[in-house]
Design a protein around this ligand. Structure first.
Ligand SMILES: Nc1nc2c(ncn2[C@@H]2O[C@H](COP(=O)(O)OP(=O)(O)OP(=O)(O)O)[C@@H](O)[C@H]2O)c(=O)[nH]1
Ligand SMILES: [Zn+2]
Length: 194
């Protein structure tokens, strides 16, 4: 099942970027900036491609692996865009789940694809973390899921409070990971094992 692909309005982005360049006192017609509005439009189309996607677009492969214990993919590189300042935040996501009684699992790469569906949108880290967990619960119907995201926000590093290196850690636990301390602790020890 796939959603209608989102139509990013390149011409509109180009007009807006030209306006911003004028507003900061730049000359959008100088050589180096001539192609910038079109480049930004292409970059935004990629950065915000997740707006046109739904979790089912990512979790396309579900099969019976006869495995009903924890599956955890750690250190999934994540690049997203802070919706407050439209600058990047980046880090890693750890995504785990325990399959349901039918032993249904998804392809490992699909967990990383799911992360991207939500990362490639204007985001706050907390919502992105919850959305990944909720989508996994909805599509895979596992016994539970855990999502932990560790990220550095450029809006806190390069501007504003200027604290490079500060890490924000968010987590979302559902099902058995919420109800059972031992299961959650097992996942956290796997996530933190270096
Ligand atoms: N909770 C949360 N806050 C975020 C995230 N990304 C950015 N922020 C914060 O959003 C807040 C926006 O605060 P405002 O006071 O409206 O904006 P601002 O004047 O640019 O704030 P400063 O960044 O402190 O200069 C800031 O504290 C950011 O650090 C996020 O993913 N989650
Ligand atoms: Zn920000």
């Amino acid at each position: 099942m796939g959603a209608e692909p989102l139509q990013i309005d390149h011409a509109r982005i180009e007009r807006a970027v030209r306006e911003i360049l004028l507003a900061i006192g730049e000359d959008p017609d100088r050589d180096g900036l001539l192609d910038t509005p079109a480049r930004v439009a292409r970059a935004y189309a990629e950065q915000f491609a997740g707006l046109g996607q739904i979790p089912q677009d990512a979790l396309t492969t579900i099969f019976d692996a006869g495995h009903d214990e924890m599956v955890l993919v750690r250190d999934i590189e994540v690049y997203s865009t802070c919706e407050h300042h439209l600058v990047p935040f980046h880090g890693v996501a750890h995504v785990g789940y325990i399959p349901n009684g039918k032993g249904q699992v998804t392809g490992l790469s699909k967990l990383a694809r799911l992360v991207d569906v939500f990362a490639r949108r204007p985001q706050v880290q907390e919502r992105m973390t919850s959305q990944i967990a909720d989508a996994l619960m909805e599509v895979l119907e596992p016994r539970g899921t855990i999502v932990v995201v560790e990220a550095e926000h450029m809006c806190m590093a390069m501007r504003g409070v200027r604290k490079p290196g500060a890490k924000t850690i968010t987590s979302a636990v559902r099902g058995i990971f919420r109800d059972d301390d031992k299961t959650r602790a097992e996942a956290m020890s796997l996530i933190n094992a270096r």
